[in-house]
Design a protein around this ligand. Structure first.
Ligand code: C2E
Ligand code: CA
Ligand code: CA
Ligand code: CA
Length: 268
């Protein structure tokens, strides 16, 4: 048994060491990325229903690594959160997004994703207030997206912070709704302007009547509570037709527009 214990250590230790090294490297790379301007934003359009007019954009973080090439957010946000670098990266995202979209003609909205770490660490309300002042964008055009898990399982402090954000005049959005463990009754506890129904439900709707029923129930309750609903991940005409019938107030997805450079051509 003793020999096996030793061999176990020999087998796993190098692997763990390699993982730690990768993480430390990623942390150093993220710091450099922020300092050297390797991040940029892709903007995905969001459309109002039933009109179909573009009403805004979601800002999505992109990292072009000098040697590894493009790295998707799902591959680095977790490390950015663990190291709290997301606080500075997130402030950069807010400033960039408000500057870019604030300069467009018309009054399109800009939605920015907020990490739970940004709610818990530092003073995001003060940061956002400063950025709103700097950029001069109407706060009513700014939407802050927070995931259900971050809000409902987070500290009481997260909820207080959300109220302080709301007090600045920005709109609050519950992202990835349906993926966490909350129930619909949670909705009335928070000052929310919009719910984004997770794309897993949208994806299943056409084949599974259950998923369509869930989306319909969420949209119906939200409507009665005066909360908007975005269906995200719309990829087919069939999905779009269903969410139109159900009465979601906004749609987003590859069918309607890919994330990309900001296109201010059509006025919103
Ligand atoms: P999310 O907030 O749910 O953003 C939507 C994701 O779905 C984006 O992936 C978008 O490109 C993708 N998407 C849009 N339409 C479709 C569609 O029709 N089908 C499919 N399959 N996917 C679609 P992306 O850009 O890779 O971002 C992944 C996640 O990374 C985001 O999920 C968000 O949680 C996080 N993220 C992105 N940017 C930021 C940021 O600036 N700050 C923070 N904290 N998180 C971010
Ligand atoms: Ca989002
Ligand atoms: Ca989402
Ligand atoms: Ca997501």
């Amino acid at each position: 048994a003793k020999a096996r214990g030793r061999s176990t250590v020999c087998v796993f230790a190098p692997e763990m060491e390699a993982r730690l090294r990768d993480r430390l490297q990623m942390e150093a790379d993220l710091r450099a990325a922020l300092a050297e301007g390797q991040f940029h934003l892709a903007y995905q359009p969001i459309f109002a229903l039933p009109s179909g007019e573009r009403c805004g954009f979601e800002a999505l973080l992109r990292w072009n690594h000098p040697t590894r090439g493009p790295i998707p957010p799902d591959a680095f946000i977790a490390v950015a959160e663990e190291t709290r670098l997301i606080v500075d990266i997130g402030a950069w995202v807010l400033r960039r997004a408000c500057t870019d979209v604030g300069a467009l003609p018309g009054t399109p909205r800009i939605a920015v994703n907020l990490s739970p770490v940004q709610l818990a660490v530092g003073d995001i309300a003060a940061t956002l207030a400063a950025i709103l002042g700097e950029t001069g964008i109407d706060p009513a055009r700014v939407e802050i997206e927070i995931t259900e898990t971050a809000l409902f399982t987070g500290e009481q402090r997260n909820r207080d912070t959300l109220r302080r954000l709301k007090a600045l005049g920005v709109r609050t959005v519950l992202d990835d709704f349906g993926t966490g463990f909350s129930s619909l009754s949670h909705l009335r506890l928070f000052p929310l302007d919009k719910i984004k129904i997770d794309r897993s439900f949208i994806h299943d709707m056409a084949e599974h009547a259950d998923s369509a029923a869930i989306v319909e129930a969420i949209a119906g309750l939200a409507r009665r509570l005066g909360i908007d609903t975005t269906a995200e991940g719309i990829e087919t005409e069939e999905q779009l037709a269903i969410i139109r019938r159900i009465g979601c107030t906004e749609a987003q997805g590859y069918l309607l527009g890919q994330p990309g450079p900001l296109d201010g051509d059509r006025r919103s």
